[in-house]
Design a protein around this ligand. Structure first.
Ligand SMILES: Nc1ncnc2c1ncn2[C@@H]1O[C@H](COP(=O)(O)OP(=O)(O)OP(=O)(O)O)[C@@H](O)[C@H]1O
Ligand code: SF4
Ligand SMILES: [Mg+2]
Length: 408
């Protein structure tokens, strides 16, 4: 898509205003970048052909850059920005970023920062630009403790196949789409397997088949040692608890008419997890675990931001104490700083709970950050599987090499 846009732009001599929260896209596509925060531009800078956005100065821009996951940063905790964007229905006496800025100093709360030029085309709205001696050292990176994969097998998939039947438009005409075409892999407790591959290659379908949400047309899905593929719902139910999913879109995956407490309680009640009397205590503990305040139980999903909703979805999945968590592009609807919070949270939860995690994503950088192993899917098949380092550094299959080459 980006190549197409760049090509049309070249041929037609168009100007382009490209709105994105992907700094890689900004660097790749743009001549100049403007960074917005809380309704204002806070920094404007040209993209350097060599160093990209390295010259960025504003503490918010720097934080955004530090929040982008990458293989080089594997083992480091992603920089999340504490707090949230301030409400915009109030006048601001000082810098709008002040309550979240690690560098805030005396003038920040009381004086609105004005534009200061740093270089040609590069200007920033920050008091530090006028008083650079006030710059404190950037926080040193914290290390991320990745879970140690255990030996207990949680999931074994053997020759899993899913065929969809589609009408062709002619009378009685049907065609069969082999969305998943015989895939096999194993996953142990405490281990993350990333499933990557381009749109339409069958990742979500594979996840649904593992969870019994779409019927498999062949193969086996072994959950905790028992083949559950093709079990009728009644016999599948005891295994439902074992595997839970977090969906891509936190806006449509929570029932808008239910309070958060009920959302978390629903699965526990349906699957008989925990005693009724103890559930509210368990829910309070869960909310704390995913970083939400206890009063969230009485609120509705629309009262939360995208990142907070994804935390609710994660809490909902954890409520039934699963052994396998499937995350289907859990951060693709979120901006990089919120994505960093969610990825950090998933890494922490995995370590604490020893969860096996199947992490479906387009984002190869997040793979390097979170996954122990990677499986690359193409047209319904796994074409390459191995350790994250091997696959990201020395991909063997031409398709994997192509995928990596397209990372911005
Ligand atoms: N319910 C359905 N009926 C018919 N075909 C379907 C159905 N769901 C998915 N497909 C087809 O199956 C293939 C795999 O779809 P799937 O959603 O699993 O891809 P994906 O890898 O998750 O893609 P994305 O990265 O875009 O989410 C696609 O060709 C899709 O058009
Ligand atoms: S003006 Fe102060 S609070 Fe605002 S970004 Fe600069 S240092 Fe941080
Ligand atoms: Mg999908």
């Amino acid at each position: 898509m980006l190549d197409l846009l760049a090509d049309i732009q070249r041929r037609q001599g168009m100007g382009m205003l490209l709105i994105t929260h992907d700094l890689g896209v900004a660097r790749h596509m743009a001549d100049r970048v403007g960074i917005m925060y809380a309704g204002q531009l806070v920094e404007k800078l040209p993209v350097d052909p060599e160093n990209g956005l390295e010259a960025a100065f504003h503490p918010y821009t720097r934080k955004l850059m530090a929040a982008v996951p990458s293989l080089q940063r594997a083992g480091e905790r992603l920089a999340a920005i504490p707090g949230r964007v301030p409400p915009l229905d109030q006048p601001f006496a000082g810098c709008r970023f002040a309550d979240r800025c690690a560098h805030a100093f005396a003038p920040c709360a009381g004086t609105v920062p004005d534009w200061t030029g740093l270089a040609e085309d590069h200007a920033v709205r920050c008091h530090l630009a006028v008083q650079p001696e006030a710059v404190r050292k950037l926080e040193t990176a914290q290390t991320l403790k990745m879970a140690e994969p255990g030996r207990a097998s949680v999931l074994a998939v053997r020759g899993l196949a899913v065929t969809y039947t589609q009408r062709t438009g002619q009378m009685f005409g049907k065609k069969h789409i082999r969305a998943v075409d015989g895939i096999s892999f194993e996953l142990n407790a405490g281990e993350t397997l990333a499933l990557v591959g381009e749109s339409g290659c069958g990742k979500t379908t594979a996840a649904k088949a593992i969870l019994g949400l779409t019927p498999a047309s062949g193969g086996e899905v072994e959950l905790d040692g028992k083949n559950v593929a093709g079990l009728p719902e009644r016999r599948f139910k005891p295994y439902r608890r074992l595997a839970q999913i977090v969906f891509q879109d936190p806006y449509s995956s929570l029932n808008p008419r239910m309070r958060v407490g009920d959302i978390l309680q629903e699965g526990m009640a349906a699957l008989g997890v925990g005693e009724t009397a103890r559930r509210s205590r368990a829910i309070a503990a869960l909310l704390e675990k995913v970083g939400l305040s206890p009063d969230a139980v009485n609120r509705y999903p629309h009262e939360f931001s995208g990142g907070q909703r994804q935390r609710i979805a994660i809490a909902r999945a954890l409520a039934v104490k699963p052994r396998l968590l499937i995350c289907d592009e859990p951060t693709s609807a979120l901006d990089v700083s919120v994505q960093a919070q969610i990825l950090n949270l998933l890494a922490d939860l995995q370590r604490e709970e020893g969860l096996a995690m199947l992490f479906i994503t387009h984002n190869l950088a997040a793979v390097g950050y979170l996954a122990h192993r990677v499986a690359v899917m193409k047209a319904g098949k796994i074409v390459e599987i191995g350790s994250a380092r091997d696959i990201l550094v020395r991909p063997q299959h031409p398709y994997t090499q192509g995928l990596l080459a397209s990372v911005l």
